[in-house]
Write a protein that binds this ligand. Structure first.
Ligand SMILES: CC(C)(COP(=O)(O)OP(=O)(O)OC[C@H]1O[C@@H](n2cnc3c(N)ncnc32)[C@H](O)[C@@H]1OP(=O)(O)O)[C@@H](O)C(=O)NCCC(=O)NCCS
Length: 236
C-alpha cells in the first residue's frame, strides 16, 4: 500500500516539475524515481545498522541511475532529481520537502569538518545544474542556487545565490545591491584626510596628558636639583 502511494506521489511530483513527461508510465523511466525508491530501502538498512548491505545496495543504484545518495542521507517528501547524472548526496545531508535538484549537483563536505559534514537543505529549495553545496550549513526554505555555483556558507530563506563562491543576489525577490554597485562616485572616502584627523585627535589627547602632569613634573625637577646640590656640598 505504501509503495502504491509512493508511486502516485512520485508521478505527481514529476508531472508538476517536468513539462517533458507525457504519460504516467514514463515515471518508471526516471532515474529520480528509481534512485529515491531504492534510497528508502538503503536508508532502512542503514538505520538498522546493516551498513555493508546499505552501501552495496546504494552503489548498485549508482550504476543504474548515475545518482549517488549515501544511505545515511535524510530525504523529505517530494524530492525530484531532474536528469540525475552526477548527483551526489553525502551521508549527513538532510533534505527538506519539495526540493528539486538538477544533474551534477553535489551536497558534499569540505573535508574540514567532523560529524555533520554535509548541508541541510530547507523546503522548496531548487539547486540548479552543476551547483556544489559544500559544508554543514543550512540552505533556507524557498531558496534557489544558480547553475554552476559553489556555495560555502549559510543561505538565508527566500534567496537566490549564484557564482563562485556563491553570493546572495536576490532576497525576497528583491535584488541585493553589492558594494561595487552602490559606490558613490562623487563622495569618495579620503583615507589621507581621515589619517590626519586621527593624528590631530591623538596629538590633542597627548598634549592634555602632558599639561595635566606638567606642575607635578616641575616640582620633581626642583626636588632633584635640590638633592644634587646638597650632595655636591656634602662632597666638598
Ligand atoms: C539562479 C536561477 C535559478 C535564477 O534565479 P532568479 O531568482 O530568477 O534570478 P535572476 O534570473 O533574476 O538572476 C539574478 C542575477 O543572477 C545572475 N545569474 C542567474 N543565474 C546565474 C548563474 N547560474 N551564474 C551566475 N549568475 C547568474 C543573473 O544574471 C542576474 O544578474 P543581474 O541582476 O546582474 O542581472 C537561474 O538563473 C539558474 O541558474 N537556472 C538554472 C536551472 C537549471 O539548472 N536548469 C537545468 C535544466 S536541464
Amino acid at each position: 500500500m505504501g509503495y502504491i502511494r509512493f508511486i502516485k506521489e512520485e508521478m505527481q511530483v514529476i508531472k508538476d516539475r517536468d513539462p517533458a513527461i507525457k504519460s504516467n508510465m514514463e515515471v518508471f523511466l526516471y532515474p529520480s524515481f528509481k534512485a529515491i525508491m531504492r534510497h528508502r530501502v538503503a536508508h532502512w538498512l542503514y538505520l538498522h545498522k546493516h551498513y555493508f548491505l546499505a552501501r552495496w545496495y546504494s552503489q548498485r543504484t549508482v550504476r543504474k541511475t548515475g545518482i549517488e545518495i549515501h544511505p545515511g542521507a535524510q530525504i523529505g517528501k517530494g524530492l525530484f532529481i531532474d536528469h540525475g547524472n552526477g548527483v551526489i548526496i553525502g551521508e549527513t545531508a538532510v533534505i527538506g520537502d519539495n526540493v528539486t535538484l538538477y544533474q551534477g549537483v553535489t551536497l558534499g563536505g569540505t573535508g574540514k569538518e567532523q560529524g555533520k559534514r554535509h548541508p541541510t537543505i530547507g523546503n522548496n529549495v531548487m539547486i540548479s545544474a552543476g551547483a556544489k553545496v559544500l559544508g554543514s550549513f543550512t540552505v533556507g526554505d524557498n531558496s534557489k542556487i544558480g547553475a554552476g555555483s559553489v556555495v560555502l556558507s549559510e543561505v538565508p530563506s527566500n534567496s537566490t545565490v549564484v557564482g563562485v563562491p556563491g553570493r546572495v543576489v536576490k532576497r525576497n525577490n528583491i535584488k541585493v545591491v553589492s558594494p561595487c554597485d552602490e559606490l558613490d562616485q562623487i563622495h569618495l572616502p579620503d583615507p589621507v584626510k581621515n589619517d590626519i584627523e586621527m593624528l590631530k585627535r591623538e596629538n590633542r589627547r597627548l598634549a592634555e596628558i602632558i599639561a595635566k602632569f606638567l606642575p607635578e613634573a616641575a616640582t620633581m625637577v626642583e626636588e632633584c636639583e635640590a638633592i644634587t646640590e646638597k650632595d655636591e656640598e656634602d662632597n666638598r
